[in-house]
Design a protein around this ligand. Structure first.
Ligand SMILES: C[S@@+](CC[C@H](N)C(=O)[O-])C[C@H]1O[C@@H](n2cnc3c(N)ncnc32)[C@H](O)[C@@H]1O
Length: 271
């Protein structure tokens, strides 16, 4: 067992993924429009993107006229985003301890970030703190398999059938916690947000070849990759084979398409 924390492992993993995360952005980019739509007219708003990764959402918000800052704890992600989108200010920073004054931003957004945090409730409280009264917070996370998340459903099914889901990794918060509407509402109202709304956005993983699913897991994820690496070699081979044959069942017009819908949750800080 490693003596690293979940946060350390996430940090190591994301530091290595600034380039290969390009395999995932065609998926996460599908949620940018519905996420930004929750903020209404962006022109003139100050917006903070927390866990901004390669910076696509922040750049799109800047194109729409917002004054945007992105923070991410992986220096490699920050450097890549800054080189690509100079119009945004990207900084290294920790979602759980935001380096900004109280009541500072009109909008805070966190796209597919909460599920990577060791203390996600702290990050929600920090978003509340840095928002101006009347400001809006929106986050997105992946739907659980029972909410239509087919990709995660058959991936976890393959690990369960051929390997071990309970391997020795540092304790981490449950992956789907913030996709559960009741959990989402209580996490947001507990820190003071009002009027939480839970929405869903259709998102799909698409590929030309089924084997791309294995690639995307090793090069674009952290927790799932560690889970696969912790299996025996025989189990891992069987899991890969089942993932590939599983994807073959999702053929649409000569390519492959699997649902990965997102839950979007949005709420406001009282005036
Ligand atoms: C799945 S990526 C999401 C990137 C981007 N928001 C998107 O929608 O594609 C998760 C990002 O969260 C960042 N991250 C994880 N833990 C963090 C923390 N404690 N503080 C800031 N960023 C963090 C990682 O470095 C990574 O860039």
């Amino acid at each position: 067992m490693t003596n690293k924390t979940f946060k350390d492992l996430e940090h190591d993993g994301w530091m290595e993924r600034a380039e290969s995360y390009d395999l995932i952005t065609p998926v996460t980019d599908q949620a940018i429009e519905p996420l930004l739509a929750t903020f209404g007219e962006l022109r003139g708003q100050t917006l903070l993107e927390v866990a901004s990764g390669p910076g696509h959402l922040a750049a799109q918000a800047a194109d729409a006229g917002a004054n945007v800052t992105g923070i991410d704890f992986a220096a490699s992600m920050v450097a890549r985003a800054q080189a690509r989108f100079p119009v945004v200010t990207y900084r290294e920073g920790d979602a759980e301890h935001l380096d900004f004054p109280d009541n500072h931003f009109d909008a805070v957004v966190c796209a597919f970030g909460l599920l990577h945090l060791e203390h996600p409730d702290r990050a929600i409280a920090e978003a509340f703190r840095v928002l101006k009264p009347g400001g809006r917070y929106t986050y997105s996370v992946w739907c659980a398999p029972e909410q239509g998340g087919d990709f995660f459903g058959f991936l976890m099914g393959a690990i369960q059938r051929h390997g071990d889901l309970h391997i020795d990794l540092p304790p981490a918060p449950p992956f789907y916690r913030f996709a559960d509407p009741a959990e989402a509402e209580s996490a947001l109202t507990n820190v003071g947000f009002t009027k939480p709304q839970v929405l869903t956005a259709p998102v799909f993983w698409r590929a030309q070849q089924p084997s791309e699913a294995v690639d995307v897991i090793y090069k674009g994820t952290v927790r799932t990759k560690l889970m696969l690496e912790a299996q025996t070699e025989a189990a891992r081979k069987a899991i890969h084979a089942e993932i590939i044959s599983g994807v073959e069942k999702f053929r649409v017009d000569g390519r492959f398409e699997i649902a990965m819908p997102a839950v979007l949750v949005t709420a406001t800080k009282p005036t």
